[in-house]
Design a protein around this ligand. Structure first.
Ligand SMILES: [Zn+2]
Length: 353
């Protein structure tokens, strides 16, 4: 159930822990990781002992031995390091399974297969969260492209027709981190926003509440940037929570909509002002993630916003479908032989002629 806004003046406590978590993400074998995992492992041990009657003896002994071995690794300083290559184990893997002893490159065949199956399932679940391709509203065309770098992504893309076709909600976001952990967080953000949107709130209320709920229900290092808006017969309102600036493409000029608030999930009291934008027939709003503008060529140069604007301007008079495809083709051309290093999302919302 959604909470009322009782926490409106309460500063999110997780801010105090940010440094701690940044250190953890840099090196999973660091002392702070040990501080994080020792209590978790001890808690598991207590719970396992309490359930000992319900678990077959051999399995119980195996689990206790695994936990004690992990506690032993914490004591001798080798916790969080792969036993094969001695590099730090991926933070995501360790967070999901504190007993893990190998990095992704050095899992056994059986572990690798289980991991692959989990990824495929996660990808299926995530693909069902993407908007329908033909989500449109009278007077508005939409077109999106969503390209995760792995099986699942941490980008967020949303299109929802609200009321009885009165308005169209659109959003693009980017969750901190990568891979499965980021995709879970993206799913969480999607659920929060969908619930709030069913309540007929103002856009600023939707985002403020989403921020508080995200603050209260996620771990310290977890936050998301988001830009979203609502298009209706009376125009478009836009709200930006720390995301790349959306672009407004008009017949003869391109504007960056530069008003922005803080990312979601950092401070529960953050304010999210809404900007009203007027679009003439043929004008488009373009929302994207930095996976596009930070794409790199082999020399390490970034694609950058300027080149994105050029690619979009070249297709002002084309359909949104052609424009979206052309941008991604241009990014791929720019990258040349390199493979993408971050998820890429592009959303075009265009007022019809
Ligand atoms: Zn390894």
């Amino acid at each position: 159930m959604l909470k009322a806004d009782t926490s409106v003046d309460v500063e999110c406590p997780k801010r105090d822990n940010m440094e701690h978590w940044e250190v953890f993400e840099m090196n999973t074998a660091s002392a702070s990781a040990v501080d994080t995992f020792r209590p978790q492992l001890l808690d598991r041990r207590v719970r396992l002992l309490a359930a000992s009657d319900a678990v077959p003896a051999a399995y119980f002994n195996e689990l206790i031995a695994e936990i004690d071995a992990a506690l032993g690794r914490i004591d001798n300083g080798s916790y969080g390091l792969c036993e094969t290559c001695h590099d730090p184990i991926e933070a995501d893997s360790l967070a999901q399974n504190p007993l893990i002893r190998f990095c992704l490159d050095h899992l056994s065949q059986a572990e690798l297969e289980a991991h692959q199956q989990d990824l495929e399932l996660a990808a299926q679940i995530q693909s069902k969260l993407l908007p329908l391709r033909d989500t449109t509203l009278e007077n508005w065309d939409t077109q999106y492209r969503y390209q995760p770098v792995g099986a699942v992504g941490g980008d967020y893309c949303e299109l929802i027709v609200l009321g009885n076709g009165e308005s169209l909600f659109f959003a693009v976001g980017d969750v901190a981190g990568k891979g499965v952990a980021a995709s879970l967080l993206m799913t969480h953000l999607s659920a929060i926003l969908r619930s709030l949107l069913s309540l007929d709130l103002s856009l600023t209320d939707v985002i403020s509440r989403a921020n508080r709920l995200f603050c209260e229900s996620t771990a310290p290092a977890h936050y998301a940037t988001l830009v979203c808006g609502r298009a209706s017969a009376s125009g478009v309102e836009i709200c930006n929570a720390g995301h790349c600036m959306p672009l407004l493409l008009k017949q003869d000029v391109t504007r960056r909509l530069d008003s922005t608030g803080l990312p979601l999930g950092l401070f529960s009291s953050s304010q999210y002002p809404v900007q009203h934008v007027s679009l003439d027939p043929g004008d488009s709003l373009v929302l994207y993630t930095d996976g596009i503008t930070e794409s790199q060529d082999p020399a390490g140069n970034q694609y950058e916003e300027d080149r994105l604007i050029r690619a979009l301007r070249d297709h002002y008079n084309h359909t949104t479908e052609v424009a979206a495809d052309s941008v991604l083709q241009d990014v791929a051309r720019f990258r040349q032989t390199g493979s993408p290093s971050d998820d890429m999302t592009l959303l075009i919302v265009r007022r019809r002629h």
